[in-house]
Design a protein around this ligand. Structure first.
Ligand code: NAG
Ligand code: NAG
Length: 350
């Protein structure tokens, strides 16, 4: 943290505000705890957090038979995402993930309500199986997933009031795969060494948060689901972008998959922060709206139609050929027959 670029008063104010938000977003009920593995793993979540065993749960798998093209889905408009480097985001290891607080000046404009940003965090796998995205596409996991959480600021005063309301939250999800080095993600990743253990906090200079999103903001999956961590409230309008962003192998394995712990620095049984993603949930009777035409489906349909046309053409041609041959044979018979007949006649006459 640079004391020059950051006033202590602002830091203190942010810490207080942040801790308030932190408490409310995590909403520990009766001091109960949860984790991704062990005796408090996700199979046991519904015991302490009944919504986790309820309806409209996330994440889900996006596969062709639940997707429905919707022409009314507009490209998302993000306002105030370009944050000055003189402002600072607070980064915290909360024992489940790394979370970065965002500013209330950031919001999404063209959803049914205005949704204001509150925090972002990540989910990932481990170094041997770097497949830690929460949402999957046709059963396929991506390396990791970024969630940018917003609350409905038209209807609710803060995220605490909104978190358990059916129209309370909107989350933008960005799928992350392995590719070239990503300097924008590095603006957060480079601070992970300072939040290695639970409850550690670091400050990240402001930057354009939109750099973390894919270029194409007009192609996405949209559905109504839940928080993917306890208490699993079914309060989230999900936007999962179709196109993944890329980070390097080194960024994924060194920063995400091996650098962090769920436990505090002095814990005698340190627990690595890996595989912090929830299993795919039942999709029941729901449909996912998609803002893009299904290129793959369309080409499959086109190929099938073309295939049928070609088969019909070939069949028609074969049939015609056979008919022609038959006709020719018939003709031959017609031609020869009278000849034989004549001969026969002749012989009979002879
Ligand atoms: C928390 O404790 C109170 C009082 O014992 C109880 O009424 C409530 O249901 C508990 N909440 C959960 C989620 O267990
Ligand atoms: C974000 O703000 C910085 C500083 O004001 C500016 O240099 C940069 O061009 C802005 N980026 C975008 C995408 O508008």
């Amino acid at each position: 943290m640079s004391a020059k670029s950051f006033s202590i008063v602002t830091a203190a104010a942010m810490l207080i505000l942040f801790q308030k938000t932190q408490l409310s977003v995590q909403a520990p009920l009766n001091g109960s705890k949860w984790s991704y593995i062990g005796p408090d793993g996700e199979k046991t979540w519904p015991k302490k957090y009944p919504f986790c065993g309820g309806v409209f749960q996330s994440p889900i798998d996006f596969h062709n038979d639940i997707l429905q093209y919707d022409t009314t889905l507009l490209p998302l408009e993000l306002v105030g995402y370009n944050v000055s480097s003189t402002d600072h985001f607070m980064l915290t290891n909360n024992g489940h993930s790394v979370r970065m607080s965002l500013f209330p000046t950031m919001h999404i404009r063209n959803l049914p309500f205005q949704y204001t940003a509150t925090q972002l965090h990540l989910h990932w796998g481990n170094r041997n199986k770097p497949e830690g995205s929460e949402h999957t596409v046709s059963g396929r996991h991506f390396a990791a997933e970024l969630h940018i959480v917003h609350y409905n600021s038209d209807k609710y005063p803060d995220v605490t009031a909104a978190i358990d309301k059916s129209d309370g939250l909107a989350v933008l999800a960005i799928l992350i795969e392995i590719g070239p080095f990503n300097p924008s993600y590095e603006k957060i990743f480079s601070h992970f060494q300072n939040v290695k253990y639970k409850d550690q906090v670091a400050l990240v200079p402001g930057f354009d948060i939109q750099e973390l999103l894919p270029d194409q903001l007009d192609e996405y999956y949209r559905y109504e689901g839940s928080l993917t961590t306890p208490p699993c409230y079914p309060s989230v309008l999900w936007t999962v972008f179709r196109h993944p962003v890329k980070v390097s192998q080194e960024q994924a394995s060194l920063t995400l998959e091996t650098a962090l712990y769920c436990t505090q620095p002095n814990d005698p049984a340190p627990l690595e922060m890996v595989n912090n993603f929830r299993d795919i949930q039942e999709f029941d009777e729901r449909l996912v709206s998609v803002s893009f035409r299904q290129g793959v489906v369309l080409s499959v349909v086109l190929a099938s139609v073309l295939g049928v046309i070609i088969m019909l053409a070939v069949a028609f041609w074969l049939l015609r050929k056979k008919n022609c041959k038959k006709e020719r044979e018939d003709n031959r018979r017609v031609i020869y027959k009278p000849a034989f007949d004549k001969e026969d006649d002749n012989t009979s006459k002879v």
